[in-house]
Design a binder for this molecule. Structure first.
Ligand code: AVI
Length: 314
């Protein structure tokens, strides 16, 4: 049994306002549904970032200012599709570098490595499975500079406090010349954002409800999935998309492995996810709080998304 997950389920579902963390979305099935989300036309984030890394690879590499071989360390590499264009550019230009994709999923790293070996045989590849920070600590002992990649607006899934802590930890594990390229989704027409999360085919709904299916399977629970729905809301004033699971009726769910029963009132919510959108001025503040300065914002042509290049403050 996964003990942290068990503890978080009990803590979240017995709270006055129920919640579960979106980090638990990503079992094998959830990861597959997320791949589907990234292919939806409404989910502009993936296309925007793909455009940035495809069309501005040269400018990004120039802005790094590394005059020697370097590492590209990708935190949470997943299927690595967005990064491919940047890697391809570097390989074609014969620029010396090592690519170090890190993911907690062995399956994701194996698939990514196979694909890269086939498509970019000349790439120097050092894939790693495990905890970001242990691996970062090892690589910070290297003599060559590193570019850290934290793409896909993953930082948007952390609360303001947790985001600052995580970025500070990145900073602590970087050498003075290292850089961070971080993907952040920008504030924009609220309807565009709303549609990215409230998609017409209900894929994001499936993504959320899969969490209940996961709890049924891993903790012998009896969530009746049809008795729950999905709701999400974008607040343009603070840039927060908040996603919820809604109980469609008064009901009691038994989580047998945890010896716990949870009662739901009709229309009661479980808050599942925060997806934060930023103004460029807020990104400067976020960076400074974690001892970084923003060197450059690489934007897509619609100005929907930024891959921002950060450097450590002295
Ligand atoms: C992984 N993360 C940045 C996605 C997001 O946009 O917050 C997860 C997601 N949730 C619903 N759709 C996509």
């Amino acid at each position: 049994m996964n003990n942290t997950f068990a503890k978080d389920i009990i803590e979240g579902l017995t709270a006055k306002n129920k919640y579960l963390s979106s980090k638990y979305f990503y079992d094998d099935n959830g990861s597959r549904i997320f791949q589907e989300i990234m292919q939806m036309p409404e989910y502009y984030l993936t296309d925007s970032e793909f455009e940035i890394l495809s069309l501005q690879a040269q400018q990004i590499v120039e802005a790094l200012g590394f005059n020697q071989a370097f590492n590209i360390i990708e935190l949470g590499a997943g299927d690595g599709l967005k990064t491919f264009k940047l890697l391809e550019y570097l390989v074609n230009k014969d620029i010396p570098f090592n690519y170090v994709p890190i993911d907690i999923s062995q399956e994701a790293i194996t698939l990514l490595s196979e694909k890269l070996k086939e498509r970019l045989p000349k790439l120097s590849l050092q894939p790693k499975v495990g905890d970001y920070f242990e691996i970062l600590r090892e690589t910070s002992e290297h003599k060559i500079p590193s570019l850290l990649l934290f793409l896909g607006s993953n930082i948007g899934n952390y609360s303001e406090e947790k985001a600052s802590q995580l970025l500070q930890l990145f900073n602590d594990n970087m050498n003075s010349n290292d850089k961070l390229l971080i993907g952040l989704d920008l504030k924009k027409n609220p309807i565009t954002i709303h549609n990215a999360y409230y998609d017409s085919l209900g894929i994001t709904k499936r993504f959320n409800l899969n969490l209940l299916i996961r709890i049924n399977r891993e903790f012998d629970a009896d969530f009746k999935i049809d008795d729950f729905d999905f709701y999400c809301h974008y607040n343009p004033l603070n840039g927060e998309v908040k996603s919820y699971i809604v109980s469609l009726k008064a009901q009691t769910v038994h989580i047998n492995t945890l010896n716990t029963s949870i009662h739901f009132k009709q229309n009661e919510l479980i808050w599942t996810e925060l997806s934060k959108k930023y103004a460029l001025s807020e990104i400067e503040i976020l960076a400074h709080k974690a001892n970084f300065s923003v060197k450059h914002h690489f934007l897509d042509c619609k100005h929907y998304f930024t891959d921002s290049l950060w450097e450590k403050l002295a």
